[in-house]
Design a protein around this ligand. Structure first.
Ligand code: ADP
Ligand code: MG
Length: 245
């Protein structure tokens, strides 16, 4: 494991009106690292993710990717969005496009890849998420687990530096959760840098290099998964774990 900082947040604050949703957040995600973010609903986990690819602006502090402050606009912002992949709870696939088209669209439009090259890469990625045989189908013809694996392939197609997963299995039927977690575990093993918001504690234990526990907009605890699950330091983490484990 290298320890090159890839994503760095320093004293980040964010308000929605009177609500202070991110309070002095300091967090470093090193290249190749898997950081799992857990915490109660409303604690600011999604907002944290969304600030990293600038879907949300911040009020103070600084966020850097690869040592560069996040760009505010223009081509640099478009490049940031391809460098920072995002996989949401609700798949967000284009319903009127095939699986293959969903994966090739970004590379062709944003990265200006020729169709042939984009399709060849897309097919490799669809095989990697174990869904190559569904390339010509439309999202509605797939199960939720299959759709989420397409969304992961679509994120990978932009050759991102980091992928943010915001509760990627929360909308899935229980029998489909594991197939998505398996694909994410493969990515982690292959060295992909990942920030994963999840309630899947088994995944956190197995795949995380670090667990970040958030409550009320703060990072309350940062720990190794072993320590966090067997011996959490903070009372709020103890309380949270006693409710979900
Ligand atoms: P989590 O993902 O941990 O459940 P969120 O980051 O979604 O938490 O939300 C943190 C807090 O910010 C919540 O109280 C939520 O209601 C509020 N919030 C999130 N997005 C917005 C928004 N666009 N406008 C106003 N309040 C918001
Ligand atoms: Mg959320």
């Amino acid at each position: 494991m290298t320890s090159t900082p890839l994503v760095v947040l320093e004293n980040v604050n964010k308000h929605f009106g009177d609500l202070h949703v991110l309070r002095d957040i300091n967090l470093t995600v090193n290249s190749g690292e898997v950081v799992v973010v857990i915490g109660p609903s409303g604690s600011g986990k999604s907002t944290l993710c969304r600030t990293i690819n600038r879907l949300e602006t911040i009020d103070s502090g600084e966020i850097r990717l690869d040592d560069q402050p996040l760009p505010a606009e223009g081509r640099a912002l478009a490049r940031l969005r391809s460098d920072v992949g995002m996989v949401f709870q609700s798949f967000n696939l284009f319903a009127h496009k095939t699986v293959l088209q969903n994966v090739t669209l970004g590379p062709m439009k944003v990265l200006r890849k020729p169709r042939g090259e984009a399709e060849a890469h897309a097919m490799e990625l669809l095989d990697r998420v174990r869904i190559g045989n569904q390339a010509q189908k439309y999202p509605a013809q797939l199960s939720g687990g299959q759709q989420q694996r397409v969304a992961i392939a679509r994120a990978l197609a932009m050759s991102p530096k980091v992928i943010l997963f915001d509760e990627p299995t929360s909308a899935l039927d229980p029998e489909m959760v594991q197939e998505v977690l398996d694909v994410m575990t493969d990515l982690a093993k292959d060295g992909m840098t990942m920030v994963v918001v999840t309630h899947e504690m088994g995944f956190a234990r197995r795949a995380a290099n670090r667990v970040v526990f958030m409550a009320d907009g703060e990072i309350v605890e940062e720990n190794t998964p072993d320590e966090f699950f067997t011996n959490p330091r903070s009372e709020r983490a103890q309380d949270f774990l006693s409710k979900i484990l």
